[in-house]
Design a protein around this ligand. Structure first.
Ligand code: 5GP
Ligand code: ZN
Length: 113
């Protein structure tokens, strides 16, 4: 989608610090980390947010979580981590392209702010 920051990152038009890439997904470190480990997993296909997901995205979402589990093992996040997707204004979503935050290597408070 034109003028979408994460579409541009997915297309390689804007550089990112990548951890993983395949035909459908990209994982890259967040530019403003909120934990010692903080990366994002995005579908290369533009989806506005989790609010736009349907049953047709089941395979994609399974792949997202399988990749997160693989990266967590590689990064030795055996003490745990948090996966978050913010939706809309109240959810704190600033980039309108579906993304999953993965935060780790510190104790994360609950409930979130
Ligand atoms: P949101 O607030 O939409 O849930 O998360 C967007 C995330 O994207 C934020 O954590 C922000 O730091 C990150 N971000 C914004 N612009 C860039 C960028 O150009 N590169 C990278 N790597 N992360 C970005
Ligand atoms: Zn996009």
């Amino acid at each position: 989608m034109e003028n979408c920051l994460f579409c541009k990152i997915a297309a390689g038009q804007i550089p990112s610090n990548k951890l993983f890439e395949d035909d459908t997904l990209l994982a890259f470190y967040d530019i403003d980390p909120q934990a010692p480990v903080h990366f994002l997993v995005i579908p290369k296909q533009h989806i506005d947010s989790a609010a736009s997901l349907t049953e047709d995205h089941a395979e994609l979402l399974g792949h997202v979580f399988a990749v997160i589990a693989k990266l967590a093992a590689e990064l030795q996040l055996e003490n745990g981590y948090r996966v978050v997707t913010n939706v809309g204004e109240d959810g704190g979503q600033s980039v309108k392209h579906l993304h999953f935050h993965v935060l780790a290597k510190r104790s994360l408070a609950w409930p979130p702010g």
